[in-house]
Design a protein around this ligand. Structure first.
Ligand SMILES: Cc1cc2nc3c(=O)[nH]c(=O)nc-3n(C[C@H](O)[C@H](O)[C@H](O)COP(=O)(O)OP(=O)(O)OC[C@H]3O[C@@H](n4cnc5c(N)ncnc54)[C@H](O)[C@@H]3O)c2cc1C
Length: 427
């Protein structure tokens, strides 16, 4: 056991067995740290515990910038003990079973933990094995993904080794965290090929399971123009099902006709299918699809009022992003405290999510929207237009906001800034 005042109290092995916490948080990723930071400040030392198995926390939104050579991998990660809030107890273990009727969680190591309130923030899982041949081929022979810390550096390596030919980018037939990331890397790669004089001897092709380039129409309209301007081929409703790395061929299924399409590749960025965590799917906390079943506005569980959910693991119908987590964190924190005090839940999440799409080295389109894909923009300027200022914000300012404000529970999305900046435009 490690017990130092400047760090969270760390419990590993069986040290936590039988312990009881006022609030137990499952997952120490973006949502789990944001919530446990602010709740532990409010409730005091040793009232909040976080179950988190990993030694390392990644700032995942920066993976796109690592894959495109803009940032170093080291800039995306920090030791978990450095980001775990001081006043929480960190249980370094995985959650395994939930018994919400008896308010207990059993961990992978077999420890039973008791809680008054539970916050589920366990993220989602990347299902590499759902694509035949992907597990064996990823990270070699020109195939990579920015979605895994183990392979994100390979994206940049393979892009720099690319000497022209077929560059292929995919979007799966599943939920995806940051649904813009599969195409962000494509725009940056395309620009890089131009910088290196390779564009004339390269085809850049996007295969997406979706029927549209992007979910929110305002930005989809501009992105459709951008793919045309860049001569990027787009195949809608196509799902990657198999990779033959010996022949350097990818097999896609046309989701409308069920026909198989074979595509040669020299470089391929794969976005693997994603879904709910297996240990959550087996729990009573989820809906039919396996996502934690919460009210989309209050973030309170639909059947267990002392349970709340945040982020990628939930069925909140918005694009799964860290920006959405920021918007949800303030709502969840306030509603949970209200519930503790026997008061009604008055805070409502509006679906705010954001997708900063770099469309070249130096230009970024900042998509921000609600549950219905309607713009919820922070800045009172035309955000349909890609800008250098937004690119610099993504590269320099958002990382700072993430580490110093969001993870510490001080950044609750842009609603206040939005209201302030739009004062002048709304009157
Ligand atoms: C390539 C890429 C680009 C992205 N770009 C952007 C972007 O530009 N903007 C943006 O806002 N978002 C972006 N995102 C998405 C963003 O990173 C996620 O939506 C966000 O981190 C989700 O937070 P979370 O807390 O729900 O899950 P996570 O941050 O993934 O945290 C889940 C935590 O649960 C832990 N866990 C796993 N199993 C267990 C278990 N059994 N018990 C307990 N804990 C467990 C994990 O170790 C992890 O720490 C991007 C993501 C990727 C991969």
């Amino acid at each position: 056991m490690n017990c130092r005042s400047s760090f969270a109290r760390l419990l590993s092995g069986n040290a936590a067995s039988g312990a009881h916490y006022r609030v137990l948080v499952v997952g120490g990723g973006t949502g789990g740290l944001a919530i446990s930071s602010s709740l532990s400040r409010k409730l005091g030392r040793d009232k909040v515990a976080v179950i988190e198995p990993s030694d390392v926390h990644y700032y995942q939104p920066m993976f796109t910038l690592v894959g495109s050579g803009i940032k170093k991998f080291e800039q995306t990660r920090r030791p978990m003990r450095n980001v775990m809030p001081r006043h929480v107890t960190w249980i370094q273990d995985g959650a395994s079973e939930f018994d919400p009727d008896n308010k207990t969680v059993v961990t992978v190591n077999g420890n039973k933990l008791y809680y008054d309130y539970l916050v589920v923030a366990a993220g989602l899982q990347i299902d590499v094995d759902k694509i035949k041949g992907l597990r064996e081929s990823i990270g070699s022979g020109g195939i990579s993904t920015n979605y895994l810390p183990d392979t994100v550096q390979k994206t940049w390596k393979f892009l720099e080794e690319f000497q022209g030919g077929e560059a292929v980018f995919t979007f799966p037939n599943s939920a995806v965290k940051c649904a813009g990331a599969p195409q962000k890397i494509m725009y940056l790669a395309e620009h890089r090929f131009r910088q290196r004089g390779l564009r004339d001897k390269s085809n850049v092709t996007y295969y997406t399971a979706l029927p549209v380039i992007f979910g929110a129409k305002k930005y989809a309209d501009r992105l459709s123009e951008i793919v045309d301007e860049k001569s990027i081929g787009v195949n809608y409703r196509h799902d990657l099902i198999e990779i033959d790395s010996t022949r350097k061929e990818a097999v896609f299924e046309n989701l409308e006709t069920k026909e198989k399409v074979v595509q040669k590749y020299d470089f391929m960025h794969v976005t693997p299918p994603m879904g709910p965590m297996d240990f959550l799917k087996a729990s009573p906390l989820v809906d039919g699809a396996g996502w934690v079943d919460v009210d989309k506005n209050t973030l309170q569980h639909k059947r267990y009022p002392n349970v709340f959910g945040i982020g990628d693991c939930t069925n909140v119908p918005t694009s799964k992003t860290a920006a959405a987590v920021a918007g949800q964190s303030g709502v969840l924190k306030r509603n949970l405290l209200s519930h503790m005090n026997g008061q009604p839940l008055t805070k409502r999440y509006d679906g705010y999510t954001s997708c900063p799409l770099p469309v070249s080295y130096g230009k970024l389109l900042l998509a921000e929207f609600d549950f219905d894909g309607q713009p919820l923009e922070t800045f009172p300027i035309n955000q349909r237009k890609e800008r250098l200022a937004f690119y610099i914000m993504k590269r320099e300012i958002l990382p700072h906001m993430y580490w110093n404000y969001l993870l510490k529970g001080h950044w609750e999305g842009t609603s206040t800034v939005r209201k302030l900046l739009h004062l002048g435009t709304s009157v």
